[in-house]
Design a protein around this ligand. Structure first.
Ligand code: CMC
Length: 398
């Protein structure tokens, strides 16, 4: 893999070409006022506030309002966004949920992409770009995506659907639908805080995917379906599942070897690194020293089941990874453990990432279409030229 980090200029058929590093490393394709990392690379900023401040203190409605409308809400604004999200959550078309019964039983991320595309068939066909229209659809998607994911998961497993309850707060109701029991206030708060921590993160891969689709002036539902596809990958949202599976694998091996996990984890990681395997939940394209989102998640992990013990194991893993690879843990290492403490099934971890990130995706969609230029880079073709077509009887005899 190329590790080039500088741009080069070359002559191309339409003038000067700017050849950027592979993976668009450090490339800035546009500006945004939604979120980003501060110049020192220490904090992610959510519309002026640090992610840790909003992640720890704001509830789902406040944070969603901050993203969509650029400011934390006052009382009337809060009531309005809460009412809309809670009402939309309960108003998902029955036929969308019904359709989920007839597809193969697969990973819930597939249900998300499929269900959002179906919602688009209900609401997205006569697409417009005026503010009222765009914001209503953003709120509908924010409210209904969790219902699609949870319905898909339960249909695939028990064949039934747990219905939304508009009288509960968004975070509590979504967690209730996932785990099938009424969560405590602490559990709901811990869960909701991870949704807020996941809401946005600059031009990450899935958000950039959403912006690329938005730039074609396609509808918001199609753009979100694309974002879900990008998030599913193991190098992006799929890492929280894999990080927890790795920890559970290490736990089982430690038990079999009669060793405490907080000691065995070192041997386990070293073995994987020796085999050149990636340790999921470590490393980040932007945070090279510390992911500040992990601090907020750690505060909640501490208060949940076996929290002190989990943090001890995680700190040991972080110590080893820093010593060996100079890589910090990222948010997925922490949310993997937090979701396990809440009794959430592992395949729902990445969908939960999407249930938070949908706020950022829809906000970026709106920012993109309001100041649009088609995102369409140019390739540098390095394949052969000059070949001539020959009929099959000629080309296959050679
Ligand atoms: N375990 C072991 N080695 C690693 C890891 C890891 N988790 N991450 C990076 N490296 C090594 C990598 O092998 C490479 O080494 P070398 O230079 O010897 O080839 C070096 O570090 C640089 O890696 P890179 O892939 O070029 O770095 P990147 O900035 O392109 O990748 C990353 C960032 C997140 C894809 C990568 O760190 C990774 O694969 N991490 C594991 C997956 C993960 O946890 N993803 C969640 C990211 S946070 C949630 C989100 O916002 O999506």
């Amino acid at each position: 893999m190329s590790k080039e980090i500088a741009c080069k200029e070359e002559e191309g058929p339409l003038g000067k070409l700017i050849v950027v590093p592979k993976g668009l490393y450090n490339v800035v394709p546009d500006t945004t006022t939604i979120s980003g990392v501060d110049p020192k690379g220490e904090h992610t900023i959510y519309r002026g506030y640090t992610i840790a401040d909003i992640g720890e203190h704001a509830d789902f409605y406040e944070a969603a309002h901050l993203f969509l409308y650029g400011k934390l809400p006052c009382e009337e604004e809060y009531k309005e966004i809460k009412k809309k999200i809670d009402t939309y959550r309960a108003q998902i078309p029955e036929k969308v949920l019904d359709a989920l019964r007839y597809v193969p039983k697969t990973h819930p991320m597939y249900y998300g992409a499929y269900g959002v595309t179906l919602l688009g068939q209900y609401y997205g066909t006569d697409w417009r770009f005026d503010d009222d229209f765009l914001y209503e659809h953003a709120l509908r998607l924010i409210a209904q995506l969790p219902v699609i994911f949870t319905a898909g998961w339960h249909l695939a497993n028990e064949g039934t659907i747990i219905r939304p309850d508009p009288n509960l707060s968004h975070g509590k109701d979504v967690l209730r639908m996932i785990v099938g029991r009424m969560p405590s206030d602490l559990e709901a708060r811990a869960f909701e805080s991870t949704l807020v921590l996941y809401m946005d993160h600059g031009f990450n891969a899935s958000t950039f995917t959403v912006r690329v689709i938005a730039s074609t002036l396609s509808d918001m539902y199609s753009a979100i379906a694309g974002g879900i596809g990008a998030l599913k990958g193991p190098l992006h949202g799929g890492a929280n599942e894999r990080a927890l599976k790795m920890l559970l694998d290490a736990k089982a091996r430690a038990e079999a070897a009669g060793k405490p996990l907080e000691e065995y984890i070192e041997e386990y990681i070293l073995e994987k690194l020796a085999k050149k395997e990636r340790i999921m939940g470590f490393g980040h394209r932007v945070y090279k020293i510390h992911d500040p989102r992990t601090d907020v998640a750690a505060k909640f992990i501490k208060q949940l089941k076996d929290g002190e013990w989990w943090l001890k194991v995680m700190k040991k893993a972080e110590e080893v990874m820093w010593r060996e690879k100079k890589l910090p843990a990222n948010i997925d290492f922490y949310t993997g453990v937090l979701y396990y403490q809440l009794g959430i099934p592992v395949p729902m971890f990445t969908p939960i990432f999407a249930m938070g990130r949908i706020v950022g995706w829809t906000t970026h969609y709106i920012e993109q279409v309001k100041n649009n230029r088609l995102i369409r880079p140019t390739e540098k073709y390095v394949g052969p030229t000059g070949l001539k077509y020959e009929p099959m009887e000629v080309r296959c005899k050679k």
